[in-house]
Design a protein around this ligand. Sequence first.
Ligand SMILES: [Ca+2]
Length: 348
Amino acid sequence: MAVVEEVEWRPWRGSRDSLLPLLVLLLGALVAADQTEEYLKREHSLSKPYQGVGSSSSSLWDLMGNALVTPQYVRLTPDMQSKQGAVWNRVPCYLRDWELQVHFKIHGQGKKNLNGDGFAIWYTKDKMQPGPVFGSKDSFMGLGVFVDTYPNEEKQHESQKKRYTPGIQRIFPYVSAMVNNGSLTYDHSRDGRPTEIGGCTAIVRNLNHDTFLVIRYVKRRLTIMIDLDGKQEWKDCLDVPGVRLPRGYFFGTSAVTGDLSDNHDIISLKLYQLTVARSPAEEKQDKEVFTPSVDNLKLPGVETPTEPMSGFALFLIIFFSLVGLVFAGVIGLIVYNKWQERSRKHFY
Ligand SMILES: [Ca+2]
């Protein structure tokens, strides 16, 4: 039986385009070519009642570490020390343009700044590999979005009684993104500051209303928006053009606790295919890539190759080397003759 993808309009959009669903309904088929259509992709989505997740071999999602499933949520970590857990999609994603809506809840007993560490949302080449980056492997290939609830760097400065330069301090909890070609490591002690491509403050803990984060990837543009106020309105968090992510990577989410802890719960992950029209020029520019990168941002390991030496330069080098050799030979011969002459005189 053919499965027809269900078109599912989200109940709200950002404040800038809140009239969009209405317009689409009114204009129907006459909608301009640039209109973005959204389709929920069930094979990349995780929602209640999480049938078979973590138990059935036919499930599309795998659990890892301390993660567990209840009828209401997938708990990545409980509010206990030194736990880590993850849930990973088994199906690689080959979509070019997509949007991932993350419905989550972070809550725990810890008072302000006595909780940790947060969770990560992944679109990476490898899956199901535990490690130090919010419970997942470091030096990953792909995209990591971090909802970091503990300011490691700030606390370190506090304990060393150092002061921040004004304007640099980030207010936590903090959402940031990192694109990695496998050569970068996430600096946990600095909350990923050296490798972040953008971010924003996000007060996410112990809220009574639903909290959401959306990662949108359209025409190589990565945008992250958050809805944390319970007003059903997206707020901009990050917007980076020229982000090149290969297709065929896996979606996942992971969390970790250390000395401090929190419940990190995922209520749903909904992946929408976005249908976007591209002009022939855009099509040409938007070629398939096999290594993650960000335009105008140099990741170590992607050195621009040095220009091969031109034939003429090579000729000049050989020519002058030969001239030098001949010159040295002549000088040597003169010196030798002089020396022989002198030693002959010495004998007579
Ligand atoms: Ca941190």
